[in-house]
Design a protein around this ligand. Structure first.
Ligand code: GBH
Length: 444
């Protein structure tokens, strides 16, 4: 292990409110797009509803103990908009705010820096009914919600992620409908890119005025590989890179959208001053990385200008061929960001990295050697990018505990700790001990 690089990183682990909290009807919580999604038949593969799940609404102190046991520098959790502001507009719900306040205090007492995400996909249903991220008003509502949270927690929380993975909300939530709100708009989903980035920009100002020390967002980025060396595949790969990576990164980092001709030159709902707000220099740029994406030329009748293919010749995770394991693609992604954006790029943070593998449901010790090998390979890949000049300040494992994997329900487990979803009991896996030892070694 190249310890010189590893000792420069901070270490974290992540979760998200809807995936761990359960208690969907407690404490005055409102309804989000994910509540509606899980309550709709056939949306979630195993019919599960995320409730009670890991039940962190009641068991949060056990999660804090797990973060402390690892020796984490920071814990990345998310705040549920509908716990704090049940209708997505109007007054705050003090019961919801108090839940996060206790969590924050618990982390600080344990010596772990709270690093919340304000939005990890759980849009209030009333805002979705008014257009959701297709509507500019949602960005303004997000700024109001951010102010409520900052007023209540900003005395103790100084590090914030605004949004998690706007790319997934646009692509899987609005374009192809695999995630909530489950809409199938293809390229008509693209206004959601701009409105999410505007929300990030507005919230950045709110948080800084409330005394934040570090504000940024984290996106899901992928390293794009062309399926073969034809010009058609190269063009398709470039189009996919635009849609998944550049359209999200460049307004934030460069203050301008890339040329979108390869995507049919969609009209984005940009108003005067928006790009200035969006490109206020973030304190860090978050990259969630899971797998490379292999792209070939589209079939003749395809409505989209590329074809997604399994990456050949690599091992896969519990999701099968679409999630190929290729740590060197993470190195390439980080080095590409460093080269493409130069001084416009603030320090990067790996906001999520992890994998699911088939594992027993029953309580007990899980010897998750596959996860250890995945994480070990990817931490080394980060170190290799750092040795090549990329500045990465933090590495975050997805996830601290097994949780509700969105449309895949409880069929995929990502945790460093196993959760028995009938009792809520947490049991550290072998990967938990591996991560604790890595962090201790990096510090020594
Ligand atoms: C993240 O999304 C989420 O932030 C988190 O909530 C979630 O639990 C976690 O990852 C694990 O899924 O596009 O066919 O090549 C990750 C987004 C999109 C990454 C799908 C992996 C793989 C398949 N993921 N992608 S494909």
């Amino acid at each position: 292990m190249p310890l010189a690089q590893l000792s420069k990183l901070r270490y974290s682990a992540a979760t998200a409110a809807f995936q761990i909290e359960g208690a969907r009807t407690e404490g005055g919580r409102g309804t989000s797009v994910w509540d509606t999604f899980v309550d709709t038949p056939d949306r979630v593969i195993d019919g599960s509803t995320a409730d009670p799940g890991a039940d962190s609404y009641h068991r949060w102190a056990e999660d804090v103990a797990l973060t402390a046991g690892l020796g984490l520098d920071r814990y990345r959790f998310s705040i549920s908009w509908v716990r704090v502001q049940p209708d997505g507009r109007g007054a705050a719900n003090p019961v919801g705010l108090d839940y996060y306040s206790r969590l924050v205090d618990g982390l600080l007492e344990a010596g772990v820096t709270p690093f919340p995400t304000l939005y990890h996909w759980d849009l209030p249903i009333g805002l979705e009914e008014a257009g959701g991220w297709l509507s500019r008003d949602t960005a303004l509502r997000f700024a109001d919600y951010t102010a409520l949270v900052a007023d209540h927690l900003g005395d103790r929380v100084k590090h914030w992620y605004t949004l998690n993975e706007p790319a997934m909300t646009t692509l899987q939530g609005y374009a192809v409908g695999e995630l909530a709100p489950g809409r199938f708009l293809l390229f008509d989903a693209l206004p959601t890119v701009h409105h999410q980035l505007l929300a990030h920009g507005l919230a950045t100002g709110v948080l800084r005025r409330a005394g934040a020390e570090a504000v940024g967002l984290t996106n899901n980025h992928t390293h794009v590989l062309a399926a073969d060396d034809t010009a058609e595949s190269a063009a398709a790969a470039a189009a996919y890179d635009l849609l998944h990576n550049r359209i999200f990164a460049e307004p934030v980092l460069l203050g301008a959208y890339p040329d979108l001709a390869a995507l049919g030159s969609p009209e984005l709902p940009i108003e005067d001053g928006d790009l200035e707000l969006i490109s206020q220099r973030p304190d860090f740029y978050g990259i969630n990385y899971y797998n490379p994406t292999t792209i070939g030329a589209p079939p003749a009748d395809s409505p989209i200008p590329f074809d997604m293919l399994p990456t050949p010749g690599v091992p896969v995770t519990g999701f099968g061929p679409d999630w190929g394991i290729m740590p060197e693609a993470l190195t390439a992604l980080l080095v590409d960001f460093h080269r493409r954006y130069g001084d416009a790029l603030p320090p990067m943070i790996i906001g999520e990295n992890g994998a699911s593998f088939p594992e027993p449901d029953a309580a007990g010790r899980v010897d998750d050697v596959d996860r250890i090998s995945y994480l070990d390979g990817h931490v080394r890949a980060v170190a290799a990018a750092m040795a090549d000049g990329a500045r990465v300040d933090e590495y975050t494992v997805w996830s601290l505990i097994d949780n509700f994997e969105w449309a895949d329900g409880y069929t995929q487990r990502f945790g460093l700790a196993h959760v028995d979803f009938t009792t809520g009991e947490r049991t550290p896996k072998a990967s938990y001990d591996w991560y604790r030892a890595l962090i201790a070694a990096a510090r020594s």
